[in-house]
Design a protein around this ligand. Structure first.
Ligand code: GLU
Length: 437
């Protein structure tokens, strides 16, 4: 019988939850779900100086927001497991597989005791699910340090002990973990731990092919959340950072991914982070949601001064949403629309310089035609039908431009029929009459 798949997401809380970490968490999560296994989440906070509670919280919040769950009920922190590591450390020293070494720091002249691993200088071969066979002569690693002293274990030891104690079967992590693997395998062999299966994910690169970092713009999950990206879109995009389904499909939900994702199909070469693609994916996910599903988040991006406009109602916002959505890739752009004066007119008579109208000659007839329309049947198509012949006769620009400006007050806006339908008959007439007054 094959053993149950147990993956892990073991971030060090020395930084925020960024895109790279989130992808690692996602791939571990998906893989565990595909195999009816488990994913362990543990915080590798042995570096007490660099580990911070706010980073820990940010990572937890990020996982929750993305909907990436884990299976350990208690939070695991390496800082609370020191005794376990000490036990292994003592065993290694007693077995002659590690030794305490008094070493003098050349710069400070101080002598410290460190614990070094007695390197058997073997050649380590392992199969990486993504990168294939990897062979490494460990001689060049020397007797590397595994603990600051007999009480204070360091990273390589703690990872190996935890993976062993927690029954981890698959280590799926970033490419930067490859160079750690030979050391960790040596320690595994020394403590008699089974070797997990490895998969090292390609680096995430910026468009200029340098390693993605904060200087390339938003990279933390929280920033994307604050910008009004949907967690579904981030999940979808993360999955495509290194994985290609081999079909035309680009939109995936988490459950689609659990069905279709394949770790073996992840590429070796770096994955380029493409913000335009993410925006496109976000739009697609926005479009797949109903207004009620999005209502709370949409409203959270509408500034207060817009909410206090005379025609601002939930009903108007709901009606405007499909029109607004076409102009957005992420919800924070609603705030941008407001800041550039492109949201006010949805909820208030527009203010504009009358020269923008160019001509008002035909507006009285537009008003007349609209007045004849039935209030109960006032949709874009009926408005269009009512105006179209007249506009064609007089020149569409001459009729439709001032009509549109009268409704929006903007150089650019949705077409006048769409706007008229949104505002309703009375408000449309009021705006048109304002333009000719
Ligand atoms: N704690 C490490 C990090 O945050 C990950 C260790 C591992 O995946 O083996 O980079």
């Amino acid at each position: 019988m094959k053993s149950k798949v147990i993956t892990r997401f073991p971030p060090s809380p020395t930084g925020y939850m960024h895109i790279g970490r989130a992808r690692t968490a996602l791939f571990n999560y998906i893989y565990s779900r595909q195999h009816e296994g488990e994913m362990i989440f543990r915080l590798e906070d042995t570096d007490s100086e660099r580990s911070k509670p706010e980073y820990e919280q940010d990572i937890i919040d990020g996982l929750k927001w993305l909907g990436i769950g884990w299976d350990n009920t208690d939070l695991i922190r390496q800082s609370e497991r020191t005794q376990i590591y000490q036990r292994y450390l003592k065993q290694l020293v007693e077995a002659g597989k590690a030794y305490v070494s008094a070493e003098t720091n050349e710069e400070t002249g101080k002598t410290n005791e460190v614990v070094r691993f007695k390197n058997p200088n073997s050649v380590i071969k392992f199969t990486d699910l993504i990168r294939g066979e990897i062979e490494f002569d460990t001689t060049e690693l020397g007797d590397f340090i595994i603990a600051r002293n007999i009480e204070e274990p360091l990273y390589h030891l703690t990872v190996v002990v935890d993976d062993h104690e927690m029954g981890i079967t698959h280590v799926i992590r970033g490419e930067d973990g490859i160079s750690n693997t030979p050391r960790q395998i040596l320690i595994q062999e020394a403590i008699g731990a089974a070797r997990p299966i490895y998969a090292h994910l390609p680096l995430i690169l910026a468009a200029d092919r340098s390693k993605l970092s904060g200087r390339h713009g938003a990279v933390s999950v929280r920033e994307f959340q604050q910008q009004g990206y949907l967690p579904e879109a981030i999940i979808n995009y993360l999955a495509l950072l290194g994985w290609n389904p081999g079909t035309e499909q680009e939109i995936f939900t988490l459950s689609n991914l659990i069905e279709q994702f394949s770790l073996e199909k992840v590429q070796k070469s770096g994955a380029i982070f493409d913000l335009e693609k993410l925006k496109w994916i976000n739009r697609e996910h926005l479009g797949r949601k109903t207004y009620p599903e999005l209502k709370a988040i949409i409203t959270s991006f509408i500034p207060e001064d817009i909410k206090s406009l005379p025609q601002y109602t939930e009903a108007r916002l709901e009606k405007a949403w499909p029109i607004l959505m076409e102009r957005l890739s992420a919800l924070h752009e609603l705030t941008e629309l407001a800041n550039t004066g492109q949201l006010q007119y949805y909820f208030d008579q527009p203010k504009y310089d009358s020269s923008l109208l160019k001509t008002t000659e035909h507006l009285p007839e537009v008003i007349n035609l609209i007045e004849q329309l039935d209030d109960n049947d006032f949709n874009a198509e009926n408005v269009k039908n009512a105006i179209w012949n007249f506009a064609t006769e007089k020149g569409r620009g001459e009729v439709l431009w001032p009509m549109r400006v009268a409704l929006s007050g903007q150089e650019k806006s949705p077409d006048p029929f769409t706007l008229a339908a949104l505002f309703g008959k009375a408000e449309t007439l009021a705006r048109l009459k304002q333009a000719v007054s």
